[in-house]
Design a protein around this ligand. Sequence first.
Ligand code: AP5
Ligand code: MG
Ligand code: ZN
Length: 219
Amino acid sequence: MSNKKNIILLGPPGAGKGTQAVKIAEKYNIPQISTGDILRRAAAAGTNLGKEAKKFMDRGDLVPDEVVVGLVDERLMDTDCKDGYILDGFPRTVEQAKALDLILDEKGDGITYVVSIDVDEDELIERLTGRRTCRKCGKMYHVAFEPPKSEGKCDKCDGELYQRDDDKKETITARLRVYNEKTEPLIEYFSKKGLKRSVHGSGGIDEIFSKITEVLEES
Ligand code: AP5
Ligand code: MG
Ligand code: ZN
């Protein structure tokens, strides 16, 4: 297997994909590609795509495959992706995984690591209900586990912290159901390809990060 870091982070809502992706991106100097972040930015900018996507996101549903696949296809063409990348929240359906295979095949490229982060459902709910995000720089916090130094304000840029629209209790339940139905089958999909590695995702953020880097140092 090549040592190139073309990484997929797999895991349920709240598993810590975004938290860990930022740290991996920094360590290996590769971009984090979060489809959720791309869609939220489009929604905040009020583009047609963003407005359409927000309807699905606010229900906890997945945005249609062709929309997300198109976004990722475009993003992977950027030059900063040539030495590796971390896909955070994509693929999320078997159809998306197959589409990604085709996109990468055409470039003569392929995924080299799939890291699945496993966390119990009770803990996921606790993490999601307490999550806060900086409106300006996107840094993530948790009211109990990763609190900002001053309430409601980002440590890094002083930006306002907000709660994601889809982090309401009922939407979280819907997102977890959708994950179990549509995304969990991907674990089997990547296992069959011999790519999947699992990391237990409860414990401290740094502890989980070191388990992930161990996996990424295996060749
Ligand atoms: P997306 O933005 O991808 O959300 P998600 O998968 O539901 O995952 P989250 O971002 O909620 O959780 P995370 O795993 O990143 O955890 P985090 O690090 O933030 O997708 C949102 C929506 O967009 C979807 O529902 C869908 O509609 C649409 N979408 C996106 N991609 C799509 C696709 N490919 N296809 C179709 N639709 C798509 O951590 C959570 C909290 O826990 C934080 O507060 C953090 O500080 C805290 N925390 C993290 N690690 C720890 C730890 N070890 N201990 C204690 N607290 C921790
Ligand atoms: Mg995330
Ligand atoms: Zn900030």
